[in-house]
Design a protein. Structure first.
Ligand code: ZN
Length: 245
């Protein structure tokens, strides 16, 4: 009798140890992501490059009319953006980036760090090498990376219907070829022209106001009746008169 009780007790101890180690494994980083792997949970008051990497990926969730600074400092605006990202994907919206949040980001990012539904190729239909714009090639490419993460948020908010990018970064000669304005944001690589499927251009332009785009031009603005332009210039500049913007 005693031996049997001991055996039951021992097996339940082993089971408990097994469960405990399983939960430790589950709360560690989900896997070594081939783009970027976070090594700690991040919350308000923390700082570092890992915070900046997180900010790039939640910059599409700043709230209406706002833009999130990619500065490596986890302040209240970053916490709010993390909460909105979490809510958008059905996670607990606590503003703390831990295993669940990072797991969602890993599921969304490609090995080259672009979000799942956008690519460097479609953001560079000009000369392919990011040169000849208003900033150095690395900056232009980095700016389009940040733009793509905002676009991923915009796309998700509108039901994950496909969005077709018709233009992104332009060199000066590409900008001249398409008749772009002299100081077009396309020269900086922080702009995208796009056409949605599944909903209207106006729905796209209206929703873009919630996802970190300081520049929005759409139907009713000269030259923008067949696409919506978004960018990340320093000040808010929105015009789509046919959409009430
Ligand atoms: Zn444009």
């Amino acid at each position: 009798m005693l031996r049997r009780m001991l055996r039951v007790l021992l097996s339940s101890v082993l089971l408990t140890v097994g469960l405990a180690s399983a939960s430790v494994v589950a709360s560690a980083p989900a896997h070594a992501d081939s783009c970027y792997t976070w090594g700690r949970s991040l919350s308000e008051g923390m700082a570092g490059d890992d915070v900046a990497q997180l900010q790039i990926r939640v910059a599409g969730y700043p709230g209406y009319g706002d833009a999130l600074a990619i500065d490596g400092d986890f302040g209240p605006a970053t916490a709010a953006a993390v909460s909105r990202f979490q809510a958008a994907y059905g996670l607990t919206a606590d503003g703390i980036a831990g295993p669940q949040t990072f797991g969602q980001i890993y599921a969304l990012q490609s090995p080259d760090c672009t979000p799942l539904h956008f690519s460097y190729g479609e953001m560079n239909q000009c000369n392919g090498d990011w040169s000849g714009g208003a900033v150095d090639p690395a900056t232009a490419q980095y700016n389009e990376l940040k733009t793509m993460w905002k676009l991923e948020a915009l796309r998700h908010a509108l039901g994950d219907y496909p969005i077709t990018i018709t233009d992104g970064f332009r060199s000066s000669s590409c900008n001249d070829d398409v008749g772009g304005v002299p100081d077009s944001r396309h020269l900086y690589g922080d702009a995208a022209d796009m056409v949605p499927s599944g909903y209207s251009l106006c729905s796209l332009a209206q929703e873009a106001r919630y996802h970190g785009f300081q520049g929005i031009f759409g139907p009713g603005f000269p030259g923008h009746d067949t696409h919506v332009h978004v960018d990340s210039e320093d000040y808010q500049n929105w015009s789509a008169p046919d959409c009430g913007i």
